[in-house]
Design a protein around this ligand. Structure first.
Ligand code: SAM
Length: 155
């Protein structure tokens, strides 16, 4: 096992077609240039290789998103500003959006960046909250907090 620290935009220390697979866990929405990053992933994958990533679900995390509890006690995720892409930061948010900021992008921006880099979207998963997350944040029983994708690089 070897660990290498590098800029995901370039992956300059990694040769072309070096890997069978690439995993990016909860980071694409924190990296400034999505297109450059996905191109790097495509470059370091061998033909037929795979790319799996997990991100905050872009449909439920635009900057103005939140949640409300209705009179009957039901919990609803609220979203707005979906079409406004780019950097945002909020003092009221946990994690990177509250500390260093994050980058909101639409779902189509993610899919088109993959296609532009020659990566084919094969599977999506939108898992419901685990029991421990659901106990802390019941709204994530109603809509998916996370989007997971598997893509393939053509031959
Ligand atoms: C939410 S953290 C996720 C870290 C880890 N993958 C995990 O699941 O715990 C997002 C990470 O993206 C990293 N990041 C942001 N821009 C980057 C870049 N250009 N190249 C490599 N990593 C970057 C940050 O340093 C941060 O560690």
């Amino acid at each position: 096992m070897a660990y290498l620290q590098d800029d995901a935009h370039v992956l300059g220390a990694v040769r072309d077609a070096a890997f069978d697979g690439v995993i990016c866990h909860m980071a694409l929405m924190d990296i400034p240039d999505l297109a450059a990053t996905i191109r790097s992933v495509g470059r370091v994958l061998r033909p037929g290789g795979w790319f799996v990533f997990a991100i905050l679900h872009p449909c439920y995390h635009p900057p103005p998103s939140g949640e409300i509890t209705a009179a009957d006690g039901s919990i609803h995720r609220t979203v707005s500003g979906y079409f406004t892409e780019g950097f945002w930061r909020s003092d009221t948010r946990p994690g990177p959006p509250g500390k260093v900021g994050a980058y909101h992008r639409t779902l189509s921006t993610y899919v088109n960046a993959l296609t532009d880099a020659g990566l084919i979207l094969e599977r999506l998963a939108e898992p419901p909250a685990t029991p421990s997350l659901a106990a802390r944040r019941p709204v994530w029983r109603e809509v998916p907090a996370v989007l997971i994708a598997r893509c393939g690089k053509g031959p």
